[in-house]
Design a protein. Structure first.
Lengths: 121, 327
């Protein structure tokens, strides 16, 4: 799968980095990770999971039946871990570069210490 | 099984049967986990999500996953074209024939068409500055105003642009509704820039007395030329993207055949009709009807051809991504 990853994909992989999760758990975790900015619906989530499974970034971990409902758990594959690490590193460098530039800009914008006209004389 | 589960299962028919058997229980189970305790009907957004997911899965099963991105690319080119045409026609509307010619007009404008062209130009600005969701509303407004022109003009007994001008604009706008969710800033600016260039160029040509508004004899040449240019840009884009192994351009090109065909209607009707005299309404209607059938049919046949090729491909030896079984 090409990088940079789209935000929902990045968040799904990040959610799975902690532990294997089922669809319902993933939806909640992605919402929590993004401060409720990214809200996945099941149709969209399973489409994304299919693509991630095809790209071998995610694997099926196990299946359980809870209250008569099938729950399939997904886990991050070794390939998924590599991709997530690479993407995280790329984002970290971007954030670092932006932080340095912004702090320089802030320093440059600071007003110089005002002096009394004519000095102390 | 309660009513809500039954209703979700009914919506799940949007997915292919094999996929429903493999994943249906899991998807519906997740919707039920998310549902409120007293919920009896799927939310409209859930229904739209399932239908979208089903369509995407059917395209994926048919091996044509590039179709939707290709249609979105075609939508952008369609919007650039529609905005440019709105720039041309909107500027021409500001230059009615001299009063002494005795040609009827609508106030300071050539016809009622100025309202629709203003809406298209507004839509181009909205695409540039607002999210795609808002831009779709602006395009829908422009579409509705364009479609309403013939009956409103008939009711008011006022002039309107010819149908051969309005029809391709409607087709371009309908395709434009498929614009991507989050296009880049440069792409969002493209329709407004093309409209601006078209306004400047038309104003210049009006100064040279080279624009005869809608009724110039060049209409049968101008619109088909725009259609040809649209296909040429689509073909160049397809070739460029194909070099990088990206099939989106090919699908965009096949999708653009329909709007390009509608732009070519005056030229086609002129070629196929009797050699003498102006194009009749019947000739236009038959030609437009033929384009409306042939354009989408070519797209459908391409999808069927590609899906057949995908289904007869030799098994790769890769395990099934979901169950792990080998082909």
């Amino acid at each position: 799968m090409d990088t940079p990853l789209r935000e929902p994909t990045f968040l799904i992989l990040t959610a799975l980095a902690a532990q294997p999760m089922h669809g319902y758990g993933l939806i909640g975790e992605v919402a929590a990770l993004s401060d409720n900015r990214v809200s996945l619906r099941p149709g969209t989530l399973y489409g994304a999971l299919d693509r991630l499974v095809d790209a071998r970034l995610v694997e099926v971990d196990r299946e359980e039946v809870v209250d008569g409902r099938l729950r399939r758990y997904y886990r991050l594959s070794p390939g998924g871990e590599t991709t997530l690490s690479a993407e995280t590193e790329r984002l970290r460098r971007n954030v670092e570069a932006a932080t340095i530039r912004l702090s320089k800009r802030t320093r440059a914008a600071l007003p110089t210490t005002p002096r009394t006209a004519g000095g102390l004389a | 099984m309660n009513d809500l589960e039954r209703r979700y299962l009914r919506l799940l028919r949007a997915y292919p049967a094999d996929y429903r058997r493999a994943r249906g229980a899991e998807i519906v189970g997740t919707y039920l986990d998310l549902a409120a305790p007293d919920q009896r009907w799927p939310a409209p957004a859930d229904a739209a999500d399932l239908v979208r997911g089903g369509l995407r899965q059917r395209l994926r099963a048919a091996g044509v996953t590039d179709l939707i991105p290709g249609v979105r690319l075609a939508a952008l080119l369609a919007l650039v074209t529609a905005s440019a045409l709105a720039g041309v026609w909107g500027t021409a509307e500001l230059h009615p024939p001299p009063v002494e010619w005795g040609v009827p007009h609508v106030g300071p404008f050539v016809s009622l068409g100025v309202v629709a062209w203003a809406a298209w130009l507004l839509a181009a600005v909205v695409i540039a500055v607002a999210p795609s969701r808002v831009a779709r509303w602006a395009i829908t407004l422009a579409l509705l105003l364009t479609i309403a022109l013939p009956p409103v003009a008939a009711a008011l007994d006022a002039l309107r642009p010819p149908l051969m001008v309005l029809l391709p604009q409607v087709v371009l706008g309908l395709l434009g509704l498929a614009l991507p969710g989050r296009p880049s800033r440069a792409i969002r600016l493209a329709p407004a820039l093309s409209a601006l260039l078209a306004v400047v160029a038309t104003e210049f040509l009006v100064g040279l007395d080279a624009v005869g508004t809608y009724y110039g004899a060049t209409l049968a040449i101008f619109l088909p030329t725009v259609g040809g240019l649209l296909l040429l840009v689509g073909a160049l884009l397809a070739a460029g993207l194909a070099l990088g192994g990206d099939n989106r351009g090919g699908w965009a090109l096949v999708t653009l055949l329909t709007p390009a065909g509608f732009l070519a209607v005056p030229g086609l009707a002129d070629s196929f009709g009797p050699g003498q005299g102006s194009i009749t309404f019947a000739e236009l209607a038959v030609t437009a009807g033929a384009v409306a059938i042939v354009g989408p049919a070519v797209l459908l046949l391409t999808v069927l051809f590609r899906s057949r090729r995908a289904s007869t491909r030799q098994p790769s030896g890769q395990p099934c991504p979901t169950c792990g079984a080998r082909a």
